[in-house]
Design a protein around this ligand. Structure first.
Ligand code: GRF
Length: 201
């Protein structure tokens, strides 16, 4: 795969999923085949609908259920090996419901990003929208950030807010945030692909 080493070539990326994969779909519909190439989709869950989205575009998939390995680092080593074999240079977490151990992050330094449904550093972790609603917020948002050893603590790459006065239903807030996620995540991948091209040039 000569294109992997060419500065003009799409950046080979992996997407890690556990669920529906609408963010994966957004990447497949925008940057895939252009600024980036999704060369691998790894799921922690065997029946994640995201897998069918990847398969429909001919993207190789693999499943790494936690139960198949003695511990999390062993699972993450195996997953990192598979991604490295496929030439992955950037790993995108898009709804993966698993913590990654340091062994995984060490294999992809400064090259793992995540999309989160809050204006980080506010409301990291699970239930971000519910936390914001419980706090009485009327301003919500989406953050794409680098992944570090903490939970949603890595440096912010892109962030966008939306005002929802009187919001009280988490499903409605999520519905308002979805389009932002689907816009910001491809935008972040474009940015990082451009940055890698500059470094490689
Ligand atoms: C998104 O809401 C994202 O912010 C969070 O997990 C969800 C994934 O959704 N990290 P999908 O599987 O991409 O549809």
């Amino acid at each position: 795969m000569a294109w992997i080493n060419s500065p003009e070539a799409p950046l080979p990326i992996a997407v890690l999923v556990s669920g529906t994969g609408t963010n994966l779909q957004a990447l497949l519909d925008t940057v895939h085949g252009h600024e980036a190439q999704v060369v691998a989709v790894a799921s922690s869950v065997a029946d994640a609908p995201a897998l069918a989205r990847a398969q429909a575009r001919g993207v190789p998939t693999a499943i790494f259920p936690r139960s198949r390995y003695p511990d999390r680092p062993a699972r993450d080593e195996a997953m990192a090996e598979w991604l490295i074999e496929r030439g992955v240079r950037l790993v995108v977490l898009a709804g993966v419901m698993e913590l990654l151990s340091p062994v995984f992050l060490e294999r992809f330094p400064q090259a793992v990003i995540n999309v989160h449904p809050s204006l980080l550093p506010a409301y990291p972790g699970l239930g971000a929208i519910e936390q914001a609603l419980a706090h009485g917020d009327e301003r919500f948002g989406v953050t794409v950030h680098y992944v570090d050893a903490g939970i949603d603590t890595g440096p912010v790459i892109l962030q966008e807010a939306v005002e929802l006065p009187g919001a009280s239903d988490p499903a409605l807030v999520l519905g308002a945030l979805r389009p932002l996620e689907h816009k910001l995540l491809p935008e972040a991948v474009r940015l990082l692909a451009a940055q890698r091209r500059l470094v490689a040039a």
